[in-house]
Design a protein around this ligand. Structure first.
Ligand code: URA
Length: 237
């Protein structure tokens, strides 16, 4: 197998990232630094990335988790906070999160040991639809809802068109369904901050055509092969 593919199958990087690691001289095969793309390796070879030996994953797995608030979606946290991996003790494979959710955001997060899948499904060119339920302070006016739909400048660049629907009106807040096709940092929260309606609670309910469904907070399950196809490779989900 070609070295870059082998590294991706070890679940530590996408194939493209593996190529970068190789060209930066960070990969050794049997003790020798290899910078040539396409070098052939087998499981008998000792492959190290940045000094650490890597092993081909026996099985590529895809996990869907309903993330509770109070967990980070990185593999480790310098502040020692709990990570979503703490909820996956029974998953034997070394999976890692696909994309991000904020510490206090709940809902759908995917995890995998398939580096290519992780890269493909978060790449901006895919424009995968991300669906959220946002409970916001007060009720935004029709004018503000239109602004949110058309695009709001964030960091000097307007957000791309979004679907925005008021789902429920409460005494002091409202619940709004938001579908965006980008994933800028804290995007939903910042969009509503811009129009003066801070987000009180945020939950992701779908990624592409993959729905969170009936999973309870903190619960996870493996995706079925059909579901993997749903998340993979479809523009606009
Ligand atoms: N937008 C946010 O503001 N936060 C998230 O966690 C996801 C989308």
């Amino acid at each position: 197998m070609r070295l870059q593919k082998y590294i991706a199958h070890c679940g530590i990087a996408s194939r493209r990232h593996a190529e970068e690691l190789i060209s930066m001289g960070k990969v050794r095969v049997n003790g020798k630094v290899i910078t040539e793309m396409g070098t052939l390796v087998s499981e008998k070879d000792k492959v190290e990335v940045e000094g650490k030996p890597i092993h081909k994953e026996k099985r590529l797995v895809y996990v869907i988790l309903n993330k509770p608030s109070g967990y980070v979606t990185t593999v480790s946290d310098p502040e020692g906070r709990k990570t979503v991996l703490d909820l996956l003790r029974d998953v034997e494979e070394r999976v890692y999160p696909v994309g991000r959710l904020d510490y206090d955001t709940t809902g759908l997060i995917l995890l995998t040991n398939d580096g290519d899948f992780a890269y493909e499904s978060t790449h901006p060119s895919k424009e995968t639809a991300k669906t959220y339920l946002a409970e916001v302070m007060g009720l935004p006016s029709n004018e503000n809802l239109q602004k949110l739909r058309r695009g709001i400048p964030l960091d000097g660049k307007p957000t791309s068109p979004a679907d925005i629907d008021v789902i429920e009106i409460k005494d002091k807040s409202s619940v709004i369904k938001v579908v965006i096709h980008e994933g800028r940092n804290r995007q939903v929260k910042r969009m509503f901050e811009e129009v003066g309606h801070p987000v009180l609670r945020l939950k992701r309910t779908a990624l592409g055509r993959m729905q969170l469904g009936a999973l309870k907070l903190g619960q996870w399950r493996y995706l079925t092969p059909q579901e993997i196809k749903l998340v993979r490779g479809r523009k606009n989900g």
